[in-house]
Ligand binder design. Structure first.
Ligand code: 5GP
Ligand code: MN
Length: 352
C-alpha cells in the first residue's frame, strides 16, 4: 500500500522536475533564431495546434519558424483553419540539419514519420509531450503525462517566455485542449480555467467545434451506415466487460476523408455494453491502423503497445498487417485478461 506521505513527496518531486525542465526549455527558446516544429504523423488538432501555437509565439519574438509533419503531405482539411499565417511547410522543405527541433505530441522519434531522422541531425531537440510512454529522445524535455493535452504544456512554455496570447495562438491551443479532452468530457476545473483563458484571448468555441469535429460531407452518412451496420458486440470479451468492433475497408473509404473515417470510433465507444471499442482502418491493402478506446477500467495503451503502437490509457492506437479477422483476433486475445487500470495516486490533470 502506498502511503499518502510518499505520494505527496513523489508528486512534489515531479512538479520540481517539470518546473526545472520548463525553465531550461524556455531558456533554449528565448534565444533561438531558427526553430523547426514537428507534430506526429497524421497530426491531430493537439499535435498541429501545439506546433503552430508555439511557432506563432516564437515568430512574435523574432525567430524564423516552420511547422511540418508527414505523412500525409498536406494539412488535413479540418485543421486548415489553424494555419491562416501559412507556417506549415512540406516535409521536403524541412532543413536537413535544423538548428533547433521541437517535437510536439510525439511519444517517440518514430512517431515523426518522414522527419524522424531530423532527431539525429538537429543541433538541439526539445520534446514537448503528454504520453506516458514518451521515450525522452531529445536533448531537452517538457514531458508530463498528467497534462490533458500537449497544448497545455505549450501554454505553460509561452507563459514562461512571457509572450502574450493572441487570437491565432489561442485558437490553436483551444483546438488541442478541446479535442484531446473529448470535448471537455475528461476535464478538471483546471482544464476549464485554461479554456476560459483561451476564449478570453480570442478562441471561438462554436466555430472551432464545427470546423474540427462537426463538418462532414454527405458521403459520411452512407459510409457510417455500412461500417456501423457491420459492428459486432462481443459481450464475453475483455474478461466479460464487453468489446465492440468494426472495420473500415479501403472500399468504405472511397469518397470520404480521413476525418470521416476517424469519426467512427467516437460513435462506437458510446456502446453501453462494451468497456472497449476497436475500429480497424485499412490504410493500404492488408495494412490496418487500429483505434482503441476504453471507458474507464481497462488500459488500452498496454494492448496497443502489444500490437506495436501506443497512446494513452483510455485512447490508443497501432498499425499492423494481416486480414481484418486476424487483427481483431489478436486484439481480442490480448484483451482476454485485460490490463485493468489500478486505483492509484491522485492524478490532478490526467487525460486518461
Ligand atoms: P487514434 O486512435 O485517435 O489514432 O489515436 C489515439 C491515441 O493513440 C493518440 O493519442 C496517439 O497518441 C496514439 N496512437 C495512435 N496510433 C498510434 C501508433 O501507431 N503508435 C503509437 N505509438 N501511438 C499511436
Ligand atoms: Mn495529444
Amino acid at each position: 500500500m502506498t502511503s499518502p506521505l510518499y505520494v505527496t513527496a513523489r508528486l512534489r518531486e515531479a512538479v520540481r522536475v517539470l518546473t526545472a525542465d520548463l525553465h531550461a526549455a524556455a531558456d533554449l527558446l528565448r534565444t533561438a533564431a531558427d526553430v523547426t516544429l514537428l507534430g506526429h504523423v497524421n497530426p491531430d488538432a493537439d499535435a498541429l495546434g501545439s506546433a503552430l501555437a508555439l511557432g506563432l509565439a516564437l515568430r512574435k519574438r523574432g525567430a524564423t519558424v516552420r511547422v511540418s509533419f508527414g505523412p500525409p503531405a498536406e494539412v488535413p482539411d479540418s485543421l486548415r483553419c489553424l494555419d491562416p499565417a501559412g507556417l506549415v511547410v512540406p516535409a521536403a522543405d524541412v532543413p536537413a540539419a535544423p538548428e533547433l527541433l521541437v517535437a510536439l505530441d510525439a511519444g517517440s522519434a518514430a512517431r515523426l514519420g518522414w522527419l524522424a531522422d531530423r532527431v539525429g541531425t538537429s543541433g538541439q531537440v526539445l520534446v514537448v509531450d503528454h504520453h506516458a510512454s514518451n521515450t525522452r529522445y531529445g536533448t531537452h524535455h517538457v514531458v508530463d503525462d498528467t497534462a490533458e493535452a500537449t497544448a497545455v504544456l505549450v501554454l505553460a512554455l509561452i507563459d514562461e517566455l512571457g509572450i502574450p496570447l493572441d487570437p491565432d495562438i489561442a485558437r490553436c491551443l483551444y483546438a488541442g485542449l478541446m479535442t484531446d479532452t473529448g470535448s471537455f468530457r475528461r476535464a478538471t476545473s483546471a482544464t476549464h480555467r485554461t479554456a476560459a483563458r483561451l476564449v478570453e484571448a480570442g478562441a471561438e468555441p462554436a466555430v472551432l467545434a464545427r470546423e474540427l469535429m462537426d463538418a462532414h460531407p454527405f458521403a459520411w452518412l452512407p459510409m457510417l451506415a455500412r461500417v456501423l451496420g457491420r459492428a459486432e458486440l462481443e459481450q464475453a470479451a475483455v474478461g466479460g466487460r464487453g468489446l465492440v468492433h468494426t472495420a473500415v475497408t479501403m472500399a468504405d473509404m472511397t469518397g470520404v476523408r480521413l476525418e470521416e473515417v476517424e469519426s467512427v470510433v467516437d460513435i462506437l465507444r458510446a456502446t453501453s455494453e462494451a468497456e472497449v471499442a476497436l475500429v480497424i482502418k485499412e490504410m493500404a491493402p492488408g495494412e490496418w491502423s487500429g483505434s482503441l478506446r476504453a471507458k474507464s477500467a481497462v488500459d488500452v495503451r498496454v494492448v496497443a503497445a502489444g500490437m506495436g503502437g501506443g497512446g494513452h490509457r483510455l485512447a490508443a492506437g497501432f498499425t499492423t498487417t494481416g486480414t481484418a479477422e486476424d487483427v481483431v483476433n489478436r486484439v481480442r486475445e490480448m484483451l482476454r485478461q485485460p490490463p485493468v487500470i489500478a486505483s492509484q495516486a491522485p492524478r490532478t490533470r490526467s487525460r486518461s
